[in-house]
Design a protein. Structure first.
Length: 85
């Protein structure tokens, strides 16, 4: 994909989804998640969107990586394959 094509894709995605602000509380929620669930290394990156989900009061994540998010209770995992005909 060229840079121009990527820019078009990003514009399209931003039009499809509501973007939520990156609140300061997300760091504290992330820290709690990685400590509580003993997350280290690369999997700690998955904890960041989970922290944002919790801070914003959401309950689900749309992801192809169900294994990476399955350690976090209270988050429903939705695979994009299951919602696209």
């Amino acid at each position: 994909m060229t840079a121009s094509q990527m820019e078009s894709e990003l514009i399209g995605l931003k039009g499809m989804f509501k973007l939520l602000p990156d609140k300061p509380e997300i760091y504290a929620a992330w820290e709690t998640l990685v400590t509580t669930h003993r997350v280290v290394g690369k999997p700690a990156h998955d904890a960041r969107p989970v922290a944002a989900i919790k801070v914003h009061g959401l309950t689900a994540v749309l992801t192809f990586d169900s294994a990476g998010f399955s350690r976090y209770p209270g988050i429903r995992i939705i695979n994009p394959v299951d919602v696209v005909p």
